[in-house]
Write a protein that binds this ligand. Structure first.
Ligand code: ATP
Length: 353
């Protein structure tokens, strides 16, 4: 049972403060994803947990043991990198068993562990090959196998699927999730791909600019974004975020009153968020529908995105069936589903509840 506790962790490279007094608890046996835009500090945080970088301030504990001054080799972690970092001259079996070999595990025990891991990962037929004789997906499995063979307390994975093509990546997402459910090893996984985060994780940690923005289950970060950053970052196509006003106790957008219950103490100016999936098309003049003009129409497979300009430079996108026709500049209206509206304070960015 190993949870990972990070407290007040800061890291600077010269004058660039990459992590800012970050707090995070990764509960034992959970698969936790660090998700955020490029440069937000995900890899740096993972490398600090691994011991490959040292912190400027703060503490890291595995269970009740403080580890931030221990070298990587004494942390009982296994790291899987984007590049796989396999040894090119060694065959697959030796690559998988290398961590055990350097620790002096006897050969028969090593062979048994290599065999078990290879069977789980379905690479037993590849054990005598060299890395260059493998496909990207096979190399990826070998890298995972090497991490698994050591039976670490914690897996740390840095975008391990990003070098694979889209189809293989989709298959490996399912496999990784399955391995996790079978092994139950605490896992910290870095990605900027929200589909990976949403499909594999028990908990998602959304980061931006070295700060944790929200920690929650995939359902929570999607359904109850804590602030404007999370609202805009999670979800494809992105959530509509438009200015709104409270007039005589009624929420209005571009002059149209909407039947939305307001939280107590709602400021006069706020930001309304609604996902394109929760917007339907209507005709101008219908109550609860904001009139505008079709600005752009885009077909995305079985759905169509209709972007409607409701005020100068303020647009709302609706995701509708592909069979729904709309022409540029048509006079239409968009109706946000009152049951799926998010309200934010524009000053603090925080969700109003
Ligand atoms: P990506 O998704 O692009 O990998 P990330 O969220 O993992 O991004 P980090 O790799 O942690 O981001 O980098 C965060 C910031 O720290 C970046 O501005 C980066 O340039 C800087 N940085 C990372 N490592 C070093 C280093 N060794 N020396 C100096 N600056 C660094």
């Amino acid at each position: 049972m190993t949870d990972v506790v990070v407290q007040g962790l800061s890291k600077s490279f010269g004058s660039n403060q990459v992590l800012k007094a970050l707090d995070l608890t990764v509960p034992s046996r959970q698969f936790v994803t660090l998700l955020g835009p490029s440069g937000c500090g995900k890899t740096t945080l993972l490398r600090l947990i691994a011991g490959l970088e040292s912190a400027t301030a703060g503490e890291i504990r595995f269970g009740d043991k403080r580890v931030d001054r221990l070298p990587p080799g004494e942390r009982n972690i296994a790291m899987v990198f984007q590049s796989y970092a396999l040894y090119p001259t060694m065959d697959v079996a030796r690559n998988i068993g290398y961590g055990l070999e350097v620790r002096g595990t006897p050969k028969p025990e090593r062979a048994e562990k290599i065999g078990t891991v290879a069977k789980v990962l379905e690479i037993a037929h590849l054990l005598l090959r060299k890395p260059k004789q493998l496909s990207g997906g096979q190399r990826q499995r070998v890298a995972l196998g090497r991490a698994m063979a050591r039976r670490p307390d914690i897996f740390l994975m840095d975008e391990p699927l990003s070098n694979l093509d889209a189809k293989l990546r989709a298959a490996m997402r399912g496999e990784l999730r399955r391995f996790h459910l079978d092994l139950g090893t605490t896992t910290v996984y870095v990605t900027h791909d929200q589909l990976e985060a949403m499909t594999m994780s028990d908990l998602v940690v959304v980061m931006n600019e070295g700060v944790v923005q929200q920690i929650g289950t995939p359902e929570e970060v999607y359904g109850k974004p804590a602030n404007l950053f999370v609202a805009g970052f999670i979800g494809t196509p992105p959530m509509n975020l438009v200015p709104a006003q409270v007039k005589n106790g009624v929420l209005t957008v571009a002059g149209t009153p909407l039947p939305v219950p307001l939280p107590p103490n709602a400021p006069a100016e706020l930001v309304l968020g609604v996902r394109p999936q929760d917007v339907t098309m209507a005709t101008p003049g219908e109550p609860g529908a904001i009139p505008g003009k079709v600005w752009m129409v885009e077909l995305i497979g079985s759905e169509r995105l209709i972007e409607v300009e409701i005020a100068p430079k303020i647009r709302v996108t609706a995701e509708v069936r592909a069979s729904h026709r709309a022409a540029l500049d048509d006079a239409v209206a968009v109706r946000p589903d009152p049951g799926h509206i998010h309200l934010f304070d524009p000053t603090t960015g925080r969700a109003l509840t």
